[in-house]
Design a binder for this molecule. Structure first.
Ligand code: FAD
Length: 201
């Protein structure tokens, strides 16, 4: 069996568009544990939702009034957003102090957030098929791209990889967009690159 041919194309029209980033005093709408140590944070941030592009991220400051730590904001990919509702979703894994503090924020509290930041993805006109490969929490950066592709009737194939099945991210979201999804993990060895190539052949 021959390995599939993968053609990499430059994202010619991708732009660094930092001028659209805004500082928002964003209200927490939801912050719930959706899987062990994984939380979905929904912020009301209409200006960020309006400017968001697939693949971008925001810097979220976790300092509460009267406190000074954690001093540095944490980067989080825009997992999903709703321009009409003015909301932005982040999916995050608790790994250290900052994300632990983040998990303690309750609806109604505010988080100073700057975004959208970073070079986003664009879907070239004429694209008919797209293969996305995401690993671990990094798959959060692909959900917006998948949504844009689905809206343009691009046939989507997504490989979601993780150390263990419990850490697979975005599977339901990708499926809800009509994507053909493969889930692979280190636990059973299916995340091995050669085995993934075999899946796609
Ligand atoms: C552009 C960008 C987008 C990101 N998007 C997301 C996202 O959508 N969701 C998300 O959950 N994370 C995302 N991250 C990673 C996230 O920013 C970090 O996990 C977070 O800043 C960690 O902060 P902390 O204070 O909890 O951990 P720290 O105190 O900084 O680290 C604590 C311990 O955890 C380890 N650690 C830190 N980060 C990770 C990690 N990612 N995996 C394994 N071990 C780690 C450190 O080595 C350290 O031992 C993104 C990072 C970048 C740069």
């Amino acid at each position: 069996m021959t390995a599939p041919t993968v053609r990499l194309v430059p994202l010619e029209d991708a732009r660094v568009d930092q001028a659209r980033a805004v500082l928002a005093d964003a209200t927490v709408l939801l912050n719930e544990e959706v899987a062990p140590a994984h939380f979905l944070l929904r912020l009301s941030a209409p200006a960020i939702a309006r400017a968001a592009r697939p693949g971008q991220f925001a810097m979220i400051s976790l300092v509460r009034d009267g406190e000074s730590l954690p001093a540095l904001p944490r980067p989080m990919a825009l997992y999903d957003w709703d321009d009409a509702e003015g909301s932005v979703d982040f999916l995050y894994r608790v790994v250290g102090r900052g994300t632990k503090v983040m998990s303690g924020f309750r609806p109604g509290e505010r988080l100073v957030t700057v975004g959208p930041l970073g070079r986003g993805f664009t879907v070239r006109s004429g694209t008919r098929r797209m293969l996305l490969l995401g690993r671990g929490i990094g798959a959060c950066s692909l959900t917006g791209l998948a949504r844009t592709a689905a809206e343009r009737a691009v046939a989507l194939e997504v490989v979601v990889s993780a150390r263990e099945p419990g850490a697979l991210i975005g599977v339901e979201l990708f499926r809800s967009l009509g994507a053909r999804v493969w889930t692979v993990s280190d636990q059973d060895g299916s995340s091995n690159v050669a085995r993934i190539q075999g899946l796609l052949a």
